[in-house]
Design a protein around this ligand. Structure first.
Ligand code: HEM
Ligand SMILES: Cc1cc2nc3c(=O)[nH]c(=O)nc-3n(C[C@H](O)[C@H](O)[C@H](O)COP(=O)(O)O)c2cc1C
Length: 498
């Protein structure tokens, strides 16, 4: 069949007949317009044109196959016949592009907050809004960070620390240091190559990567980017349709994933106001408009609508289903109470991640590090400490945080945003540098605390007496505080209301 041309597609540029091009193929979205979760207006902006660049970061690769009836897939377009449009650049975007030209050299980044500082200034507004936001007042998100400041070391002296071994195993897989890149959705909002950037950096450093269900790259693209030796885990959002869940879990196992992390803290996605605000376009008050409004509620952030498949009825009784469909070790990600850890042991889970989803779900939920002490105490009291691997995530920005968690009994810790920021600002070299900085810090911390191996990191090396006190002011973390993007109130309009 002859390919369509740019002129063919360009003729369908109205609400009455709307075609768009995505990845070199044309689609008739006329009937789909009113159903589009992102609203019809946004698609109409690309009516008759190539929408790939806008479409790509926020739609998983199989979106069109899954949701747009095959009869509307019109076939390939000869892209040499499609006019490349000069992009309109507004003042904010022009300033951002200028900042990119003046980015600090990578070797000027000495800690993870430096990457956040640079990313905040060079990322697109929507990407920054999605990555940096937390739920409601972002109290849990910030407490994730400050909780680590309430733990102090009790270093040992006069230990022979010439040799340091940071290697460990997590879920039976070897890794170079006890942290992993945790699952974070929509990687292409930060970098055009999305999650594969993290894969390549993880390979270079012997770090485990957890692949998210809601990745921008397809699952297979992320596995194909691996070097064949590195370890990858799979994070699962459980679909209402268990056949789909079964298929993707078994596919992950077949492709070599070594752990299944079922996210249990997100039966509904949290309300993240920075994300919502970054998407708000001030095009006048609704009252002034005619009856031409979308029926779609566009007030929610990027992930919320796209994750509507997540099953809120998921419960403990579903656990045998997962044990039947896979031999991968199963870990519950997002456990927030001591008794749920005990239940996880009773249900034969291999691990738990004590996590509040980076403060993006229930605000004022506890931090993983605070819970860790209580959890390990209870597990030891019941002699269950070897029956389950305990991980934490949230707010880890220094290797000393990792050391503290391991001292308290964590098998390892997950790190989310810092790697997204390093990726968004500097790509693979950025993520590699972020990992290397943590490795350097970790080795130094081990020496200064008097520990040679991971097994030497024991609870007596930390003082946690202040951890449960939420009101005591602790030393101000200037770097973190300096890059923290405060919530804001609505902006007044430049033009007066009529
Ligand atoms: C070729 C067709 C499509 C185009 C050009 C397109 C384009 C877009 C764009 C540009 C946005 C961003 C809106 C914003 O940031 O303000 C968006 C959002 C979205 N799209 Fe699509 N889309 C298409 C098809 C689909 C399909 C088939 C689905 C499947 C259900 C879908 C689901 C979504 C969702 C869930 C959002 C997020 C809504 C939000 O955050 O407010 N899109 N789309
Ligand atoms: C942008 C972003 C997207 C995330 N997406 C997911 C996800 O799809 N699934 C999931 O289980 N957790 C997700 N998380 C939570 C992380 O896995 C992790 O719990 C959290 O980021 C740890 O906190 P940190 O960012 O302070 O390191 C996401 C976090 C962020 C920041």
């Amino acid at each position: 069949m002859a390919k369509l041309t740019g002129v063919d597609v360009g003729a369908h540029n109205t609400k009455e007949s709307c075609w768009v091009i995505v990845h070199g193929k044309a689609y008739d979205v006329t009937e789909f317009l009113p159903e589009h979760p992102g609203g019809s207006k946004i698609i109409l902006k690309y009516a008759g044109k190539d929408a790939t660049e806008e479409f790509d970061p926020i739609h998983p690769p199989d979106t069109l196959d899954k949701y747009l009836d095959k009869k509307f897939h019109l076939g390939e377009v000869d892209m040499s016949t499609v006019e490349v449009e000069e992009k309109q650049v507004d003042a904010d975007e022009a300033a951002r592009l200028e900042r990119i030209k003046h980015m600090p050299a990578l070797d000027q980044c000495y800690n993870l907050s430096d990457f956040e500082y640079v990313a905040k200034q060079v990322m697109r507004r929507t990407g920054w809004g999605y990555y940096s936001s937390g739920a409601d007042d972002e109290i849990t998100m910030r407490e994730n960070r400050t909780a680590f400041h309430k733990i102090w070391f009790r270093p040992k002296i006069l230990i022979d620390v010439e040799k340091i071994d940071m290697t460990t195993t997590m879920l039976g897989s070897k890794c170079s240091i006890p942290f992993y890149i945790t699952a974070t959705a929509l990687g292409k909002l930060g970098h055009p190559e999305g999650e594969t950037v993290l894969t390549r950096a993880a390979a270079q450093h012997g770090i485990i990567q957890m692949i998210p269900t809601l990745a921008s790259c397809s699952f297979d693209e992320i596995v194909d980017a691996a070097d064949g030796k590195q370890t990858q885990w799979f994070q699962l959002y459980v679909n209402k349709d268990r056949n789909i869940t079964k298929r993707i879990v078994q596919h992950a196992e077949k492709r070599g994933c070594k752990g299944l992390f079922i996210t249990v803290d997100a039966p509904q996605l949290g309300r993240r106001e920075k994300d919502m605000r970054s998407k708000f376009a001030d095009d006048g008050s609704n009252v002034q408009k005619g009856g031409d409004q979308d029926s779609i509620d566009r007030s929610q952030g990027a992930a919320r609508a796209i994750s509507s498949f997540i099953d809120p009825s998921l419960n403990w009784k579903d656990m045998p289903f997962f044990q039947e469909i896979t031999k991968m070790p199963i870990v519950l990600k997002g456990v927030q109470r001591v008794d749920d850890v005990i239940k996880a042991v009773e249900h034969g889970m291999h691990g738990v991640v004590l996590s509040n989803h980076g403060g993006r779900q229930l605000d004022t939920a506890p931090t993983g590090i605070e819970l860790l002490g209580e959890v390990m105490q209870e597990l030891r009291a019941r002699n269950l400490q070897d029956k389950i691997e305990v991980y934490i995530d949230g707010g880890v920005r220094r290797a000393s945080d990792v050391v503290k968690a391991v001292c308290l009994g964590a098998k390892g810790v997950g790190i989310g945003r810092p790697f997204l920021y390093a990726m968004s600002a500097y790509g693979v070299p950025g993520v590699c540098r972020a990992i290397q900085l943590l490795k350097d810090e970790f080795e130094m911390n081990m020496r200064l605390i008097g520990a040679n191996r991971i097994q030497d990191l024991t609870p007596d090396l930390v003082d946690t007496r202040g951890l449960h006190v939420h009101t005591v002011p602790t030393g101000n973390d200037v770097l973190y505080g300096g890059v923290y993007d405060p919530l804001v109130n609505p902006a007044f309009k430049a033009k007066a209301n009529l």
